[in-house]
Design a binder for this molecule. Structure first.
Ligand SMILES: [Zn+2]
Length: 200
């Protein structure tokens, strides 16, 4: 029996409060895209960098509620280098990295999500496909695409998926993305994807 396990039992018997760290909760890293001088998609007064940060916080709350620890690559309006986003996840020993984005299209009729991954990486592919299943169950059209040449998707240690959650140029998608309750729905979908892909 591991020493930490014995300590946990001893602490429980003594009625002591067990520090959170002692419970070894699996860690998920959430990466809100862009930030700082890069708003990226702008539709009216909606800036992708700000909207996606709010989405990330709600998603994080759902992971915490489901028993995970969460690390954010940014928690305010600052730019973060691509390599640093992946690097933070690797350094933290994450079981999953979600790179969160929203997109636009010239045709306002185009809606739905797009998910990018490195298809040569089994765990990243499993996570991406599980997330696609979850988003389809929410009624989104979802494309899953292989991006073997995007270095920030390549990690030998952390299953990584990049998701464009919706088209902000589509009225229905935008309405849903501006609803704080939907951010939590997305969070529960990501928790379910991690669990379906074998994490957690
Ligand atoms: Zn983006």
């Amino acid at each position: 029996m591991a020493a930490s396990r014995l300590l946990l039992i001893a602490a429980t018997l003594l009625g002591a409060v067990v520090p959170l760290g002692a419970q070894e909760r699996p860690l998920v890293v959430l990466d809100p895209g862009h930030g700082g001088d890069q708003p990226n998609v702008v539709v009216g007064d909606v800036h992708e960098k700000d909207l996606i940060l709010r989405v990330a916080f709600a998603v994080g709350a759902e992971f915490v509620a489901a028993g995970y620890d969460v690390h954010f690559t940014r928690t305010r309006d600052v730019g973060v280098e691509w390599a640093d986003r992946r690097g933070q996840a690797e350094e933290a020993g994450a079981i999953a990295l979600f790179m969160l984005h929203a997109m636009r299209a010239d045709d306002p009729a185009v809606s739905g999500a797009e998910i990018y991954h490195d298809a040569t990486n089994g765990p990243s592919t499993a996570l991406s496909n599980a997330l696609a299943d979850q988003l389809r169950a929410l009624g989104s059209r979802v494309l899953v695409e292989d991006r073997p040449d995007w270095p920030f998707l390549k990690s030998t240690t952390v299953p990584t998926t990049m998701v464009e959650l919706a088209h902000l140029t589509n009225a229905e998608d935008l309405e849903r993305m501006l609803d704080p309750a939907y951010h939590h729905v997305l969070g529960r979908a990501m928790v379910a994807a991690v669990e379906a892909a074998g994490g957690g």
